[in-house]
Ligand binder design. Structure first.
Ligand SMILES: Cc1cc2nc3c(=O)[nH]c(=O)nc-3n(C[C@H](O)[C@H](O)[C@H](O)COP(=O)(O)OP(=O)(O)OC[C@H]3O[C@@H](n4cnc5c(N)ncnc54)[C@H](O)[C@@H]3O)c2cc1C
Length: 272
């Protein structure tokens, strides 16, 4: 089987090529696409690449963060201003994977992957989609919720920089330090006068794509982060989730352990 490789200097042209061919697949860091190619995945007829410099653009200001879709986990770990994301980036595979694995690829990585995408969801990120006729912004949640994300090309993601220490993350895995997620939880927990206001909680590996824990978020509103305050959120922790049975864990097990890890995360207790 021959696979065509098409490389474009402009992201817009790559987006057009991608939208025109059913069997076209965008290649970013290639940690998953190259594996599929090596396994001769018949669904891939054309590889689309782009050398557009905007893909590796990384900008951090006091209020806003912008990450080109081609920014790697290693590049995030090298940026001190993104220290709040380091625990998340460090949880993606081992060192070799992190050198190649990109932000954009993580948004499309099948469950149970997508740890970084879940953190972006907790940060209320938006994505910029590349297209032949310009770019279009939409909430990441909308992109992740689409049943068909096939030939969409993400140019970048952006989000407001969270207050210091307000983003918490845990990845539950059976093999340390670089196993695949049983589940992951990311939470942005803004406090005003000791009460939660506008909490964002997102799960990885608890559905077909990373998803928000909206019932738990609502239950936390106005509550304090102590055992009594978080109890209603724990009671609805698994609402709206649809985890898979896979080689890593059963759906039942994922639902069973979710409130335990959410409890520890919310109370700020360390994870083993
Ligand atoms: C050994 C190993 C361990 C791993 N561990 C983890 C882990 O712990 N946590 C985790 O979350 N993931 C993990 N992964 C999965 C993967 O490495 C990451 O999710 C990574 O971020 C994917 O990025 P990539 O650039 O390599 O994607 P690619 O392999 O290049 O692409 C993956 C998919 O995303 C699409 N895509 C890529 N970029 C874009 C874009 N800009 N717009 C639209 N579509 C795009 C591709 O077409 C393809 O369908 C692991 C993979 C391996 C092989």
């Amino acid at each position: 089987m021959t696979v065509n490789v098409r490389t474009f200097a402009r992201l817009a042209d790559a987006a057009t090529a991608l939208s025109q061919e059913r069997g076209a697949r965008f290649l970013a860091g290639g940690t998953l696409v190259m594996r599929a190619l090596n396994e001769a995945d018949p669904a891939i007829e054309t590889i689309v690449r782009s050398t557009d410099a905007s893909l590796s653009h990384l900008a951090v200001s006091s209020g806003r963060v912008e990450l080109g879709a081609g920014v790697t986990m290693a590049a995030i770990l090298a940026e001190r201003e993104l220290a709040f994301l380091h625990p998340v980036a460090r949880a993606v595979g081992g060192p070799a994977v992190r050198e190649a694995a990109t932000v954009g690829g993580n948004l499309f990585a099948p469950t149970p992957y997508g740890d970084f995408a879940a953190a972006l969801l907790a940060l209320d990120a938006t994505v910029m989609l590349a297209g032949g006729f310009g770019q279009r912004e939409l909430p990441l949640e909308e992109l992740l919720g689409r049943r068909e994300r096939g030939n969409t090309l993400v140019a970048s993601v952006a989000f407001n920089r969270p207050a210091a220490d307000s983003l918490r993350f845990v990845k539950v895995t059976r093999t340390h330090p670089k196993g695949i997620s049983v589940l992951s939880i990311s939470a942005k927990l803004p406090l005003a006068s000791g009460r939660m206001t506008g909490a964002r909680i997102a799960y990885g590996a608890m559905g077909p794509a990373p998803l928000r824990a909206k019932a738990a978020e609502r239950a936390l509103e106005g509550r304090s982060l102590d055992a009594a305050g978080i109890a209603p959120a724990l009671a609805v922790a698994a609402d709206g989730t649809l985890p898979a049975d896979d080689a890593i864990a059963s759906a039942w097990w994922r639902r069973e352990i979710l409130p335990i890890h959410l409890r520890r995360l919310l109370l700020g207790a360390g994870h083993a």
